[in-house]
Design a protein around this ligand. Structure first.
Ligand SMILES: Cc1ncc(COP(=O)(O)O)c(C=O)c1O
Length: 385
């Protein structure tokens, strides 16, 4: 097993000593199962590479990892996902949302509307409205979280310019099928919509499911698209700020190229090195980690289904997040708020994921069995209370 401490108090003490937001936001004694960071240390090859920088105090201007990233990422995408980006067009950005912001900024105009397949990753809402675009809320099929193509079609009007896709999908853990992605591509082509595909979860996919990059589906179609990806979720590197962007739409790419050189900032040497090491040497660790996460997923969903039979818990096909429908237990619109109070467990708050998230909570299961067991135990007790 990848991360198997047995002493709950010692493990919580280790986690609380970390400086990230996950374990420091809530009062002492609260178990953190909210933000999408893992409690597992990253791959030792990455820690070793970063240790090298620190030991040499190697902090001067340094673009060497940065320059190697486009080809390393191209190989990663081809090997794992069957699509090879054109290296010259790959951009290294600080984070996935920067790529999404750029695509929205240059691919749509003020007042245009953008389709979100809800419930969805909360920052998407602000990303769209923050630059004066409007949200079209297109709910996935409740329970199965499949795309309803007729509903998507019905959501589109003359102001619609874009579909902002989260694939695989946070918070439901869905891996969209080829048919669903084809349907989105077909609708986008017919209505001339830009598709922005956030594929940050592409590498945390469980047995039986297969992630398909939107780029593959778009091939041979007259559809404009942008994709963003990162090693940060799969390798637990979110604080290092490094992501990959591919502006499949030539006009957007051109507009970005015309920006002043330093306007977008740039990725730090540690961020680039960690990401490069993930793509070049991290695959064996990732395979083990995804297998471990799959066991955690099965344990969590199994226990919730057995001990809270009225809850609707979808089995995630990807991500380390479980989306739980707790409406039957009458905990109000925001069960996470009630559970924080009653059980000292911090979960993701359902309503943050859109209006269809009322009565739901998101549980991060990327932790050791000893912590996850305590999280589930507290949630179950508090819900039954
Ligand atoms: C779907 C999705 N996109 C983007 C992000 C954030 O990525 P970044 O920090 O690279 O912007 C997350 C983080 O959990 C996510 O789940």
């Amino acid at each position: 097993m990848t991360h198997d401490p047995t002493d709950l108090a010692a493990e919580i003490q280790r986690l609380c000593a970390l400086s990230g937001i996950k374990w420091s936001r809530y009062p002492k004694g609260t178990l953190a199962a909210w933000v999408a960071d893992m409690d597992l240390p990253t791959a030792p090859v990455i820690t070793e590479a970063l240790r090298g920088l620190v030991e040499r105090a190697d902090f001067g201007y340094n673009f060497s990892a940065h320059q190697q990233l486009p080809s390393a990422w191209a190989e990663w995408m081809e090997r794992r996902h069957g699509w090879r980006p054109e290296e010259a067009r790959v951009r290294v950005v600080t984070d996935v949302l920067q790529a999404v912001d750029l695509a929205l900024m240059f691919g749509t105009r003020p007042g245009d509307s953008v389709v979100l397949l809800t419930p969805v990753y909360p920052p998407f809402f602000r990303t769209v409205t923050g630059i004066g675009r409007r949200i079209v809320d297109c709910p996935l099929e409740p329970g199965t979280w499949r795309l309803d193509v007729e509903r998507l079609e019905a959501c589109i009007d003359s102001s619609t310019r874009c579909v902002l896709l989260c694939s695989p999908h946070n918070p439901t853990g869905r891996v969209f099928s080829a048919e669903e992605l084809e349907a989105i591509a077909e609708v986008a082509e017919r209505h001339d919509l830009l598709v922005i595909s956030d594929e940050i979860w592409a590498d945390v996919v469980y047995s039986g499911a297969k992630h398909i990059p939107f780029a593959k589906v778009a091939e041979g179609r007259d559809v404009r698209w942008v994709m963003a990806h990162a090693a940060s979720k799969a390798f637990n590197l979110a604080g290092l700020r490094c992501a990959m962007a591919y502006f499949g739409d030539a006009e957007i790419e051109k507009r970005i190229s015309e920006l002043p050189a330093h306007m977008l900032g740039s990725v730090s040497a540690p961020g680039a090195l960690a990401t490069l090491t993930a793509f070049t040497e991290g695959e064996p660790w990732l395979a083990e980690t995804v297998a471990f996460l799959e066991e955690q997923r099965d344990y969590l969903v199994g226990r919730l289904r057995a001990e809270l039979p009225e809850a609707g818990v979808t089995m995630p096909e990807a991500t380390y997040l479980a989306w739980a429908d707790l409406r039957a237990y009458e905990l109000g619109d925001d069960p996470a708020a009630v559970l924080l109070e009653r059980a000292q467990v911090a979960l993701g708050s359902g309503p943050d994921f859109g209006q269809h998230g009322k009565g739901f909570a998101r549980i991060n299961f990327a932790t050791s069995r000893v912590v996850l067991g305590e999280v589930v135990g507290r949630v179950v007790d508090a819900v039954r209370r």
